[in-house]
Every structure is written in structure tokens, then in C-alpha cells.
Design a protein around this ligand. Structure first.
Ligand SMILES: C[S@@+](CC[C@H](N)C(=O)[O-])C[C@H]1O[C@@H](n2cnc3c(N)ncnc32)[C@H](O)[C@@H]1O
Length: 484
């Protein structure tokens, strides 16, 4: 069992708590603003594959806040910091050995995957006969699966709509014939496993792990300190770094090296806690190795997809897909669903196309040029809609989104099947407008015929979450379509 903590964007902590519990069977999960602490015995690869996290650290120490006032003398401050943050020598050595072991595991499994990929290429020719048998079995299994899926469908209309979308998607995918797409689906579970290991290892390459330590003696290190809240008025980050640095050199005989240290020690001091850790990867986990052109922050895109509660066989649409981030995050997580991205802009669609190819998701993520104000999709044909509407500096449009919101919302409601989920990301202003539009439709009879064409009475509010998008905040709204 290793004790870790991850940093998370504001509003993302609850998603990360759920994720570590579900994927890592994490224990002693504890959430503080911007961070989630947990213990897990999962492999470091699985831990590094967390999607809601920003950065991953090995936890060195978690404690109550360091009490200080502006009147505390520098000598007293140094003494308090040393006694509260340094602890005993054995604790440090044991933590550093764990860190070194984890770095070794990352390096070893990456090497193993590289070797097995090379071996796999050599074996490919020899295994073709066996593969064709497996392929046949898998195809039969896949047909069975899709049959049981259709049998479960009660609404014929919805079924016809889905078929139309699938046909449309296949037409768009000029190179794929139906047989080929069946094969991709059918061989998924086996291929998926290989891809998972490979993508983890690619991720590790991109995140850049450090080399394991040869010895825990003579380690070079650097302190990276952040102080927040009223504590930052009593003591500066530089002062803390100096005190801890000097203390560590004395305690362990380590050497401070600001330029190229072997170890980076992160220290967070706030009015609520103090936390010490060692980063396990050089780059944030939030940097996705499978995305070429970035759009919406991948952690937020992943959170939106997770709110959509995608199930096997689902058809998911993003009617303003941009470069396809939400669909890619969703498709990586949900291997047995199909996805359609719609956008009006050729440039965005071009990048989305490249991103989808780069992420090797062409068989399940399709694109369509159209306006979200008039989606060329049958009514009640989609199981989930996820959408990040244009707002803010990066994605502002010349068109006033507030004017278009009723129309876009109406289209999303129309294409959704009953029981389907709608997850939208909006600016605080658009969020207020959405609430207003929905409260109008939920309160009493409509005034005139024109209003009736824009009724959202079937959308039931589930949740609204505020998340940080960097400079601004966004609000994620979730609705379920109910029978009218
Ligand atoms: C906020 S961006 C989406 C970003 C996307 N989530 C990503 O990660 O790249 C909004 C997108 O809506 C598209 N858009 C604007 N008006 C549209 C319309 N009427 N119909 C369809 N797409 C539209 C823009 O081209 C832009 O790509």
C-alpha cells in the first residue's frame, strides 16, 4: 500500500475521489481543496492513468497547519518549520526508497512493453492462422452482443434513429466497410488490453519518469514550496525552502542542487494543512499523450464524459465538438460505445479528424459538418449529448450564444432518447440563462405557439458543478430527458 496525493483543478476533487475509489480500490481517501490523498496497492501504471488528476505525488508527510503569526521571530519560525516538517531520518529514507522503487517499476514495465511489442511484430506472421479463428469467434460474439442490445430496445423509433446514425457514420468513413467495422468491435477486448498497456507506457514516455536512485546517500535535491492563505503573510516560500533544505542536508547528508536535482521535494503550507511530497512524473498526468491538438482541458472533458454515464452500445453526440476532446476522452474510457462529433467549422473538424486518428479511434468516433441549431439527426436517436458551448477568450464566437441557446438546447433535447443524458459546459452567464429558460418551461402553460416550439419540459435537472477553466470558471449542467 503506497500513500499518494494528486492535485486537481478546482471543482475536480470529487471526480478524482470517485475515480481513485473505483479504479484503484483506494483506501483512506481524503479530499482537501485542490488535492486528493489516498492509499492504494494498484500498480504505479494504473495510478499514472488517472484521468481527473493534474499531478501525482508520493506523500511524505501530511500534518495540521504550522501555526505562526507575523510577530514570530525568524529564529523561532525556522525552529517551528524544522520540528514540524523534517521529522526523523528513517521516515525520509523509507519514503525515498519507495519513490525509487516506483520509478524502477515504471522503467521496467516500459521496457517490458517495448520488448513485447517488438516480439509481437516478429510473431505476427506466425500467429495469423490462430488469429483468423479467434476473429471468427469474436465476430460471432459481437453479433450476439449487438443482437441482445437491439432486443433490449423497446422504442422502435429510437432504434431506427440509431441505425440511421450508424449508417451515416459508416458512409462518412469511406475506407471502412461494415465487415471491417464489425471486426474492430469484435476483437476489442483482446486488442483493448494490449492498447491499454501500450498507451500507459506511451504515457509514461511522455510524462517522463526519473531514474531510480542507486543509493539513498548523497542524493541531490531541490525544494519547491508554496505558501497560501494568511500563513503566506507570516513566512515566505523561499524562507521555508531554505530552512528545509539546510535541515535535510544536515539530517541526511544530501546536497541541494537547484538546476538538476535527482529529487524534487514539494512543500505546500496553508492555513488548513501542511503537505510534503515527491512528484512521481515530471509532466502532469493531465497532459494526454494521445491528443495532438488540445481543446478543452482534458480533465474537464473526462469529467463531462463520466457524468454522461455512458453504457455499452450507447450512441453519444457532441454537437459542438471542436477538436474532439470530450469524445476522445469518452471513447478512451468507454470502449463499447460509438461517438459522433458535429461542428460547423472546417478548421476545427480537420483538427478533430487528426486527433481522432492520432488517438486511433477512427472506428468509433465519427465526424459530421453541420450546425447544432439544426442537427441532421432523427429525434430520440441519441443516448447521451455532451457539449462545451463557445464562450471565453479561446472559444468566443461572433454570434451571440445567448440568442442561440434556446435553439441549440431544443435540438439537443429533440435528438436525445427518453432516459438519455445531456451534459453541457457553460459560462456563468450562459448558465443563468439556461436555468431561466428551463424554469420558464417548468412553470405553467406557455403563452403562444412560438414558445411551444421551444419547450424543454422533458429535461430534468440532475446536478450543476462549478469547475475552474484557468482564467475563468465554467458550470457543468447535467439533465436527464424524461417522458413529456
Ligand atoms: C468551445 S468550442 C468546443 C471545444 C471542444 N470541446 C474542444 O475540446 O475542442 C465550441 C465549438 O463550437 C463550434 N460551433 C460554433 N457555432 C456552432 C454551430 N452553430 N454549430 C456547430 N458548431 C458550432 C465552434 O466551431 C467550436 O469548435
Amino acid at each position: 500500500m503506497v500513500r499518494y496525493y494528486c492535485t486537481a483543478g478546482n471543482g475536480m476533487e470529487s471526480f478524482l475521489v470517485e475515480e481513485v475509489k473505483k479504479k484503484l480500490a483506494a483506501r483512506d481517501v481524503h479530499q482537501i481543496p485542490g488535492k486528493v490523498l489516498f492509499s492504494s496497492s494498484a500498480t504505479i501504471h494504473r495510478v499514472c492513468d488517472l484521468k481527473a488528476a493534474e499531478r501525482l505525488f508520493l506523500l511524505l508527510k501530511q500534518d495540521s497547519p504550522v501555526g505562526m503569526s507575523t510577530h514570530t521571530s525568524p529564529a523561532k519560525t525556522a525552529s517551528v518549520l524544522r520540528s514540524r516538517l523534517l521529522g526523523d531520518r528513517r521516515q525520509w529514507l523509507s519514503a525515498v526508497m519507495t519513490w525509487s522503487r516506483l520509478q524502477g517499476e515504471l522503467a521496467a514495465s516500459r521496457n517490458a512493453v517495448t520488448a513485447s511489442t517488438t516480439h509481437g511484430v516478429r510473431e505476427k506472421g506466425r500467429g495469423s492462422e490462430r488469429q483468423s479463428d479467434e476473429g471468427k469467434n469474436c465476430r460471432q460474439e459481437s453479433r450476439k452482443r449487438s443482437h441482445s442490445f437491439t432486443a433490449e430496445e423497446s422504442d422502435e423509433k429510437r432504434q431506427r434513429g440509431r441505425e440511421q446514425i450508424r449508417r451515416h457514420a459508416l458512409e462518412l468513413d469511406k475506407d471502412d466497410d461494415v465487415r471491417e467495422s464489425e471486426e474492430v468491435c469484435a476483437t476489442y477486448s483482446k486488442k483493448e488490453l494490449e492498447q491499454n498497456v501500450e498507451s500507459c507506457s506511451k504515457n509514461m514516455d511522455d510524462l517522463g519518469e526519473d531514474a531510480p536512485l542507486e543509493s539513498v546517500e548523497n542524493v541531490s535535491f531541490r525544494i519547491n514550496c508554496k505558501c497560501s492563505g494568511s500563513l503566506s503573510r507570516c513566512v515566505g516560500a523561499q524562507e521555508v525552502s531554505k530552512v528545509i533544505g539546510a535541515g535535510l542536508s544536515k539530517l541526511l547528508g544530501w546536497k541541494a542542487d537547484l538546476k538538476n536535482p535527482k529529487l524534487e521535494i514539494s512543500v505546500f503550507l496553508s492555513d488548513d494543512y501542511c503537505l510534503l511530497g515527491i512528484p512521481l512524473t515530471r509532466l502532469p498526468l493531465a497532459n494526454r499523450s494521445y491528443i495532438k491538438s488540445t481543446g478543452l482541458r482534458s480533465t474537464i472533458a473526462w469529467a463531462m464524459a463520466s457524468l454522461a454515464q455512458i453504457q455499452p452500445g450507447f450512441c453519444v453526440v457532441d454537437p459542438m465538438c471542436g477538436v474532439g476532446t470530450i469524445l476522445i476522452e469518452a471513447a478512451k474510457e468507454h470502449k463499447a460505445a460509438c461517438f459522433l462529433g458535429v461542428d460547423i467549422d472546417d478548421g476545427q473538424l480537420q483538427k478533430a479528424d487528426e486527433n481522432i486518428a492520432f488517438a486511433e479511434l477512427q472506428s468509433r468516433v465519427h465526424l459530421l459538418k453541420a450546425s447544432s441549431k439544426a442537427l441532421p439527426l432523427p429525434s430520440a436517436s441519441v443516448d447521451a449529448v455532451v457539449c462545451d458551448l463557445p464562450f471565453g477568450r479561446k472559444f468566443s464566437t461572433r454570434v451571440n450564444m445567448a440568442d442561440n441557446l434556446p435553439l441549440i438546447l431544443g435540438e439537443m433535447e429533440r435528438v436525445l432518447c427518453v432516459g438519455g443524458t445531456m451534459v453541457v459546459l457553460l459560462s456563468p452567464q450562459l448558465s443563468c440563462l439556461l436555468k431561466k429558460l428551463l424554469s420558464q418551461t417548468h412553470s405553467g402553460p406557455k403563452g403562444n405557439k412560438e414558445d411551444e416550439s421551444q419547450t424543454f419540459s422533458s429535461l430534468r435537472h440532475q446536478t450543476t458543478l462549478r469547475v475552474s477553466l484557468g482564467a475563468i470558471d465554467g458550470l457543468i449542467h447535467k439533465y436527464i430527458k424524461t417522458p413529456d
